[in-house]
Ligand binder design. Structure first.
Ligand code: CAA
Length: 257
């Protein structure tokens, strides 16, 4: 891995991935996204990892797709390069991913943040879809996930004018989970990851899958999906352990079985 750093154990059962192209503000070129896809796939299969934190650096989470890499591409080049295939693989990660964001989260950077399951931001974070200023538009889910998160009016404003949201605005709009001082954003994200990692890994994966189902299909389909996953948790030892621990008034010991 050249453009990302992977620590499979930054805290018990928590892995940390750091985007590492600081000079380019972590612009998401094809190599970086491929490395991220491979790292997530490995961590998803690593039984010691129960939750993943994804971060950048203090100045930038990521300033978008790499403009220099795609500036001269034609539509058919873009079609063949098929960069979003990597994004589709990343979307399949079953374990929860928490974004720890400071500085710029723009364009593809904002879209990558929205692909994560929860978002902890520093007070300096800025979220935006400035593609319109480049004569293009979001291509990695920005028009869809942003609209679902913040509603039509604000999404339209951001996508059509390229205006950035401050961390506090993003919090008020429901885009992110919490805003903390800049020196705490990574620590708080890891803390949140540890809270998730303390739960049954089976139930966590099934629950993540069910929440994401709310973004596609009808309410009836989502309710049915949820019910099946709920029943499935009763096939796990963790469900027996969790309920026994409650009845016996002791903390549960979840093993992921
Ligand atoms: N792609 C490629 N390089 C980028 C980049 C990007 N998205 N963002 C920043 N960089 C590079 C700059 O070119 C610069 O490189 P050089 O030193 O070689 O000139 C370096 O990173 C530092 O950037 P700046 O000097 O511009 O830093 P700044 O602090 O003055 O400005 C910024 C920061 C406002 C984020 C500005 O860099 C900027 O506007 N970046 C582009 C943001 C953007 O438009 N993102 C959307 C990309 S398109 C997209 O993401 C499509 C999609 O949906 C998938």
């Amino acid at each position: 891995m050249e453009l990302i750093l992977v620590n499979p154990r930054c805290a018990p059962n928590v892995a940390l991935i750091t985007l590492n192209r600081p000079k380019e503000l972590n612009a998401l070129n094809l190599q970086l996204m491929a490395e991220l896809r491979d790292a997530l796939r490995q961590l998803d299969q690593n039984p010691d990892v129960r939750c993943i934190v994804l971060t950048g650096n203090e100045k930038a989470f990521a300033a978008g797709a790499d403009i220099k890499q795609m500036a001269n591409s034609g539509a058919i080049d873009m079609f063949h390069i098929d960069q979003f295939n990597t994004w589709d693989q990343i979307k399949k990660t079953k374990k929860p991913i928490i974004a720890a964001v400071s500085g710029f989260a723009l364009g593809g950077g904002c879209e990558l943040v929205m692909l994560c399951d929860m978002i902890v931001a520093s007070e300096t974070a800025q979220f935006g879809q400035p593609e319109i200023k480049l004569g293009t538009m979001p291509g990695a889910g920005g028009t869809q996930r942003l609209t679902r998160a913040v509603g039509k009016a604000l999404a339209m404003e951001m996508v059509l004018t390229g205006r950035f949201l401050t961390a506090n605005e993003a919090f008020s709009a429901g885009l992110i989970n919490k805003v903390v001082p800049v020196e705490l954003y990574l620590q708080e994200a890891v803390k949140l990851a540890q809270a998730v990692a303390a739960m049954s890994p089976v139930a966590v994966k099934l629950a993540k899958e069910a929440v994401l189902q709310a973004f596609s299909g009808t309410l009836e389909e989502g309710l049915l999906f949820e019910r099946k996953n709920f029943y499935l948790t009763f096939a796990s030892k963790d469900q027996k352990e969790g309920m026994a621990a409650f009845i016996e008034k002791r903390p549960p010991n979840f093993t992921g079985e």
